[in-house]
Design a protein around this ligand. Structure first.
Ligand code: SAM
Length: 316
């Protein structure tokens, strides 16, 4: 199948920005515009609420929202379904004392999703090292009415976990640069990623080393309880291999991190990791994959690291 054929089987997803209004209000608005509940791939007037991500709607791929006032005012966010998984899995609390990091934030779709889940409460530090992409991040966050986010134009790897500002960080979202090999939908690609079409194994290994370094750094934050690592790559080198190395590193064993159990990470999503690519084949259940086109999404990978508690040791 070509990328174009795959892209045609991916609905146009829009996430209702609950920072601005409710899913119920959005549903009524779409219906008042003539859309009817049904299979979005069957008709340009049919739309559907998503089975896995509350607040997500699927429309026909031919429907364009980029000029729509709902998009321009930040009430809806154009975001592929798979790209909604990381913030949903991280599940930060909606509490005034919550402190969360989005380590690699631009253009900011996952940041605004975190903000919506947190009901704009607490604090999100959103890091972005690239100056130009940082400017885009600021624009997107202001359009999405995120008032609990502090955007920082810095390299996450230079951020000290001992800085008093970050002592209380309990949740970290890590969606670092990757090969982008899972992206087949051009519009989302332009919005969401710095895709590299020409990836050789040397480049993949370099990316994997960087991705592993990012996870290890996240594990050194003293109060962190949950870390989500995701990519829009289909390569095991950037996915299962990075995860299996991360869980064995000193940062993980000293801090006692384990992989999220299936029930903690999209348990009803059928496509899991590739067993042969993990040290323990059963660990593949702990990670989620999306196959481009086949799953009506772009290609994607999500994993969750959880700091172990005493009662975890008994379960292990
Ligand atoms: N999470 C974003 C979203 O959903 O809108 C997409 C993130 S994109 C895959 C990765 C981003 O991380 C790029 O904008 C890149 O410039 C940034 N980045 C890469 N390495 C970084 C680092 N060490 N510190 C901060 N940002 C970094």
């Amino acid at each position: 199948q070509t990328d174009d054929a795959r892209a045609a089987s991916i609905p146009r997803y829009i996430r209702v920005n609950r920072t601005c209004w409710s899913t119920k209000e959005a549903l009524a608005t779409f219906q008042s515009q003539g859309y009817q509940l049904g299979d979005p791939l069957a008709s340009s007037k049919a739309f559907k609420q998503d089975d896995h991500i509350p607040d997500l709607f699927a429309f026909n791929p031919s429907v364009r929202f980029t000029e729509d006032p709902l998009y321009l005012s930040g009430k809806i966010i154009l975001q592929d379904k798979a790209s909604c998984f990381p913030a949903h899995v991280l599940a930060p609390p909606a509490r005034d004392d919550a402190v969360v990091i989005d380590a690699t934030a631009a253009p900011g779709n996952k940041t605004s999703h975190l903000c919506a889940i947190m009901q704009n409460k607490g604090k999100v530090f959103a890091f972005e090292r690239d100056r130009k992409r940082f400017t885009t991040l600021k624009t997107m966050l202001s359009r999405a009415h995120c008032s609990n986010v502090e955007a920082v134009n810095s390299d996450f790897l230079t951020i000290s976990p001992d800085d008093p500002k970050y002592i209380g960080v309990t949740h970290i979202l890590l969606d670092p640069s990757c090969s982008g090999s899972g992206i087949v939908n051009r519009l989302d690609h332009l919005l969401d990623n710095e895709q590299d079409d020409d990836v050789d194994s040397e480049r993949l290994n370099k990316l994997a080393a960087f991705q592993l370094k990012m996870i290890r750094h996240a594990m050194t934050f003293p109060s962190v309880q949950r870390i989500v690592y995701s990519t829009c790559s289909v390569h095991a080198v950037e996915n299962e291999h990075v995860v299996r190395e991360a869980i064995k590193t000193e940062e993980a064993t000293r801090g006692q991190f384990r992989l999220g159990r299936r029930e903690e990470i999209l348990s009803t999503w059928p496509r899991r990791g590739i067993p042969e690519e993990m040290d323990h084949p059963a660990d593949a259940e702990s990670v989620v994959r999306c196959s481009p086109g086949e799953d009506r999404t772009n290609g994607f990978f999500v994993s969750l690291f959880v700091r172990m508690r005493e009662d975890d040791a008994e379960v292990q």
